[in-house]
Write a protein that binds this ligand. Structure first.
Ligand code: ADP
Length: 494
């Protein structure tokens, strides 16, 4: 997309109320049964657009019953795996063919850079292909029996009805991590996207029908937490895959525990990004722009605690502050923009409250620390220093373009500070010393460790958290395990 394209799209959006979209229940595109709807807000302009159905409890019940019926009848799970693969490949092709429109919709609903959203849609299609293909590799194993006359083996079977509850920060990719492995392994799925970003998911749901996913196998209901709660509380939901805040994750796990439903949770982080004195600083700063600022810090794996060896601390802080000040923030459609607005009004209020908190706590502001004078949900790229270990800005996930720099003396202290958190989602290590990199990989308690890079990923490698960052893993082979039950079979053949 070039400058002219983006200017044209902006003009069109300014005069366009946006689409009236439908939910997908039992193979039908429908409005809410009582006709109620809500609008999305464009975080760049602050203007409302679109009409999205606000599901009733009855709509949610219909979606769950349809998913259950489709599972019981076996219209999807009993298809030969090769046929499921063919449908999912068609689904992937359709997503790819519509990537530009879906990517633009994602920008309009969550304000992230078009470059990130567009490539995100292409990655979403690739995830569909990857997990679709894996459908043919889901099988159990046999063992050499110690008992004569017996055979035993295992089978991997779908769990049943899966509820996928997704967040607003990376709506499609975090959906794909649940939806595609769940479908590949033969489950039925009901998706409840975030109330801030439902439209891109609904566009994708339409394509699912075209791809040939049978009625009831994929359903999407829209609305806020209340709708999500109806869904996860439904007695016919066997498994919940959730990405979002720790507080909501805990509520969901409690509800699921009552009926022993399976749960995977991908929650928050306060990831350490650790810079040793021998690191390539320019490279580290480049990746900080790409991984922290390009998302306006709205990534669960954001490296928001930057640990720096004391010998290079002062100079590093100056360089980092200059980098933050030079970030080109603005319209996420503009190819020149490096950082867009925050995704929604509540998030703007939350990040602004942390700016106030930093002032009250007396932290040093080395860049940003406030809101620019601009419409939309913008905040400045922000770097703090001189925080006490018990500062809320060190302990809590902010989910904004905000990092705190913390000095350390040596490797032992870096490890102690890195692990001094209730989270354990990710970590970065910057050093040219290979042996040190390996010691850090082992010592840091986190689900992902990046060395001399940050926030790169692929569907072939698992992602998830230690400690309060979650339960279970998404992507990788582990994703197939998360959506299957193991059945052990014994046969006495005499
Ligand atoms: P955030 O604070 O980042 O918006 P949430 O954890 O509140 O994240 O939201 C993530 C997803 O969980 C959204 O789709 C939201 O609507 C949904 N949600 C919120 N509360 C509940 C709940 N009690 N039960 C089920 N889903 C919920």
């Amino acid at each position: 997309m070039n400058q002219q394209d983006f200017a044209d799209i902006r003009k069109q959006w300014a005069s366009d109320a946006g689409p009236v979209v439908d939910m997908l229940i039992d193979g039908n595109l429908v409005q809410a049964s009582d006709g109620r709807a809500f609008a999305c807000t464009d975080p760049y302009s602050g203007q409302d657009w679109g009409q999205v159905p606000l599901a009733t409890e009855q709509d949610v019940d219909r979606a769950v019953r349809a998913a259950h019926r489709a599972f019981e009848e076996g219209v999807w799970r009993r298809k030969p795996a090769a046929q499921r693969v063919a449908v999912l490949r068609r689904f992937a092709d359709l997503i790819e063919a519509n990537a530009r429109d879906i990517g633009l919709t994602a920008v309009r609903e969550n304000g992230k850079l078009f470059s990130e959203m567009y490539y995100g849609v292409l990655a979403f299609a690739e995830d569909c292909r990857f997990f679709g293909t894996l459908a043919e590799t889901v099988h159990g194993y046999t063992i050499d029996m110690p008992m004569p006359g017996y055979s035993a083996w295992t089978r991997r079977e779908p769990i049943g009805v899966v509820a996928a509850i997704t967040p607003w920060n990376t709506p499609l990719n975090l959906l794909g991590w649940k939806l595609f492995p769940a479908l590949a392994t033969g489950n039925s799925v009901i998706v409840k996207p975030s109330e801030f970003t439902p439209v891109s998911t609904l566009l994708v749901a339409k394509l699912a029908i075209e791809a040939g996913i049978p009625a009831g196998v994929l359903n999407v209901v829209t609305g806020a937490g209340e709708v999500g709660n109806w869904l996860i509380s439904h007695a016919l939901v066997d498994k919940i895959g959730f990405t979002g805040s720790g507080a909501t994750g805990a509520k969901i796990a409690k509800v699921a525990a009552e009926r022993h439903a399976r749960v995977s949770l991908e929650l928050g982080g306060k990831s350490p990004n650790i810079v040793f004195e021998d690191a390539d600083i320019d490279e580290m700063l480049k990746w900080t722009v790409l991984s922290l600022f390009a998302t306006a810090g709205q990534a669960c794996n954001a490296g928001s605690r930057i640990l720096v060896q004391r010998s290079i601390h002062d100079r590093f802080v100056e360089q980092l502050a200059a980098t933050a000040r030079n970030v080109r923030w603005g319209d996420p459609l503009d190819p020149e923009t490096q950082m867009g607005p925050l995704s929604n009004r509540p998030q703007l209020a939350k990040v602004s409250a942390y700016f106030d908190c930093a002032r009250e706590e007396g932290l040093s502001v080395v860049a940003g620390g406030g809101r620019p004078d601009h419409p939309g949900f913008f905040v400045q790229p922000t770097i703090y220093a001189d925080a006490k270990p018990d500062s809320r800005l060190i302990l809590e996930e902010i989910f904004g373009p905000v990092a705190v720099v913390i000095p350390f003396e040596d490797e032992a202290e870096a490890i102690r500070i890195a692990n001094d958190t209730r989270f354990g989602l990710a970590a970065g290590v910057w050093t040219r010393d290979l042996a040190r990199a390996h010691r850090m990989i082992e010592a840091v308690r986190a689900g992902t460790v990046w060395v001399n890079t940050y926030r790169v990923g692929t569907h072939a490698i698992p992602f998830g958290g230690f400690k309060a960052s979650g339960i279970g893993r998404e992507t990788g082979i582990e994703a197939l395990e998360a959506f299957t039950e193991v059945k052990s079979v014994w046969v006495n053949h005499g």
